[in-house]
Design a protein around this ligand. Structure first.
Ligand code: DAH
Length: 345
């Protein structure tokens, strides 16, 4: 009996070695395990086996059956893989350098994002990213922005229908999903994940229900920054932002903090920039970004003790910086993929 089982197993193996299509696989399976299959026939012979030998007989047949099923499954999997590979075509080595006739370049927004990222990496900041779909809690509540704040109005924020589900972003039952209106939500995600001290920037795409005009777009990009440590002061904030703006716009720029309001910082400021070297924006104060000292309520919301820790945060628009750097007067140029525009960068 053992010999017969071995023979069936060997036969299956050699038959499977030549399989090229599902239909062949099915045939082999039927010829061994089907109603009239060889193993099935052997199994049926159990009736003529003496009673005391039946358990051992049954076990031996079942063991072989398992082995055959495994072989069939392996062959099915390699057929699937071969099918996928054929559908995908030749594999490409993405590490090879581009060919000589390579044309193209980085989008001006990507270039500015990379410049800003590099400036912060050099002073010890890391980069955080999060999803563009956010929950109301991360986008607003945790950032101390109450339910009745105008930013949460449906005129300003793009809400998903209540029944929408995003498997990779969990939300509480009574809140809605939104497209994030700012990258400040990444502050919250970072502080829930990491313990202070924290030095992080978060570049990314944001969405607002703005009417589109020369300086507004429903889809734009920001870089958020967050610094949390002991005894952080407004001087630290100013020093870091001065460093950023001098690296971007030149050593001679002047900056000032102007009191302002954001729900998640207290005090809050707008940063203004003055330069004689900014084309038609030269020689006047220009608002460039928002910032402030992290509001203790925000620390409370993420379980960081505001008695022990302090910090600053800031957010700036990548389009705005790119427009100032290059003297671009219409934000819509960035999104039209017109080569006459893009090839200038
Ligand atoms: N989130 C603000 C906006 O979208 C920008 C901002 C202002 C971010 C102040 C900050 C901040 O972190 O402290 O307009």
């Amino acid at each position: 009996m053992e010999e017969q089982l071995q023979a069936i197993l060997a036969e299956t193996e050699s038959a499977l070695a030549t399989v090229e299509a599902r239909s062949q696989l099915d045939q082999i399976k039927a010829s061994i395990l089907g109603g009239n299959g060889k193993l099935t026939a052997l199994m049926k012979g159990i009736a003529s086996v003496p009673k005391e030998e039946r358990p051992a007989f049954g076990q031996a047949v079942n063991k072989t059956k398992k082995q055959i099923e495994n072989l069939l499954a392996q062959t099915a999997a390699s057929l699937d893989n071969a099918e996928d590979a054929a559908a995908l075509g030749k594999t490409a080595d993405v590490t090879l350098p581009p060919s000589g006739n390579y044309v193209g370049g980085l989008h001006p927004l990507t270039q500015v994002k990379r410049r800003i990222t590099l400036i912060f990496r050099q002073i010890g900041f890391t980069v955080a990213e999060a999803t563009e779909v956010e929950t109301e809690w991360f986008c607003f509540d945790a950032l101390n922005t109450p339910e009745d704040h105008p930013a949460r109005d449906e005129q300003d924020t793009l809400y998903f229908p209540k029944e929408s589900r995003f498997g990779n972003v969990s939300k509480k039952s009574d809140e809605a999903y939104v497209l994030r209106t700012h990258t400040s939500s990444v502050q919250i995600r970072t502080m829930l994940k990491e313990k202070p001290p924290i030095r992080v920037i978060a570049p990314g795409r944001c969405f607002r229900r703005d009417t589109v005009d020369a300086t507004h777009s429903a889809n734009f990009h920001q870089v958020e920054g967050l610094y949390v440590d002991k005894k952080v002061t407004i001087r630290d904030l100013k020093a870091v932002l001065d460093h950023l703006l001098r690296e971007l716009f030149g050593k001679e720029v002047k900056t000032r903090l102007r009191p302002s309001f954001f729900p998640f910082t207290e005090p809050s400021f707008e940063v203004d920039l003055f330069s004689s070297n900014l084309g038609r924006l030269s020689n006047k104060w220009i608002e460039i970004m928002g910032c402030g000292m992290v509001d203790p309520k925000v620390f409370d919301n993420v379980g960081i003790d505001p008695e022990e820790w302090s910090g600053f945060a800031f957010g700036l628009g990548i389009e705005r910086v790119a427009m100032m750097l290059h003297g671009i007067d219409d934000i819509r140029h960035f999104y039209q993929n017109d080569l006459r525009f893009l090839s200038q960068f």
